[in-house]
Design a protein around this ligand. Structure first.
Ligand code: PAF
Length: 277
């Protein structure tokens, strides 16, 4: 496994590779990331992971400074799974002030985008830069960041990038909490409570599978249940999987998306719901 920090060296290293599968990350890897790396091996003869905490996608009051940076441990867990780790410094990715940005689709202003203005613009911009640098045939992203995955799919399709995007299933702890690098911000009591977010989504999913179509009411009930236990809810929303617009009762492929805060920690989760017929 090669650890590379410059774009020039990475390009030389990958020059003769014709089947690159790429997993972009911000590091502090957990089993969710490693699962994507294993899947990547099925899609390419050369697997590249990137580790880069992208300042462009953090707001001024967000956790850019305290985001966990654990390069040595990350490299140890990637041994045997990937061929190349690309871990550039900020000034390698942004040698001058970035003045060209990807303007993401309007859905980027809703859901997580409403609470994190500019987040998806910064995310899409770095993902496009990374895709241009690595030039993979396949790139993999976790479904936990469902809105992010949707925006990346739109960007790749509408900008005609010859890259197949694959969404990996969310990996969960035994109690159902979606794995996330931010889970380590939780104190003991918060960690015990955190799985309630997934339980709430599963309760909503069961209700929809049993015929409930009043999505507004389901959303309100979920927000109330979370708030009653001390969560500060950004949103709970039933959306159509294909465009992330508000779901109507006749749609068959739905996704329930939620973001809520426990203390200072913002957690995301979602549950896909596929209705028969
Ligand atoms: O999901 C992430 O870790 C990041 O948003 C990504 C896709 C690596 C871009 O910085």
């Amino acid at each position: 496994m090669q650890l590379i920090s410059t774009i020039a060296e990475l390009r030389t290293q990958l020059a003769n590779q014709r089947a690159i599968a790429f997993v972009p990350t911000m590091g502090n890897l957990h089993e969710g990331h490693l699962d994507l790396m294993r899947q990547a091996r099925e899609h390419g003869s050369c697997v590249v992971a990137s580790i880069f905490v992208n300042p462009l996608q953090f707001g001024p009051s967000e956790d850019f400074d305290r985001y966990p940076r654990t390069l040595d441990a990350d490299c140890a867990s990637l041994q045997g799974l990937v061929d190349v780790v690309f871990a550039p410094a900020v000034n390698e990715m942004y040698p001058a002030q970035q003045t060209v940005f990807i303007e993401p689709p309007p859905v980027a202003n809703e859901l997580c985008g409403a609470a994190r203005p500019g987040h998806f613009r910064g995310m899409a911009t770095v993902v496009l830069k990374l895709l241009n640098i690595v030039q993979p045939q396949v790139a993999l992203f976790g479904k936990k960041d469902y809105q992010q995955l949707h925006i990346i799919r739109q960007m790749v399709a509408q900008l005609n990038l010859p890259i197949r995007i694959i969404g990996g299933e969310t990996v969960r702890a035994a109690d159902g909490l979606a794995l996330s690098s931010r889970n380590q911000y939780l104190n003991g009591a918060e960690r015990a409570e955190a799985a309630f977010l997934n339980r709430t989504l599963q309760t909503m999913k069961s209700a929809i599978l049993q015929g409930e179509r009043d999505f507004e009411r389901l959303q309100e009930q979920a927000v109330e249940a979370l708030a009653a236990r001390g969560w500060r809810v950004d949103y709970v929303a039933v959306r159509s999987q294909s465009d992330l617009r508000a779901a109507s009762g006749s749609q068959r492929e739905l996704v329930i998306l939620a973001a809520a805060r426990l203390g200072d920690t913002r957690l995301l989760d979602n549950a896909e719901v596929c209705l028969a017929g």
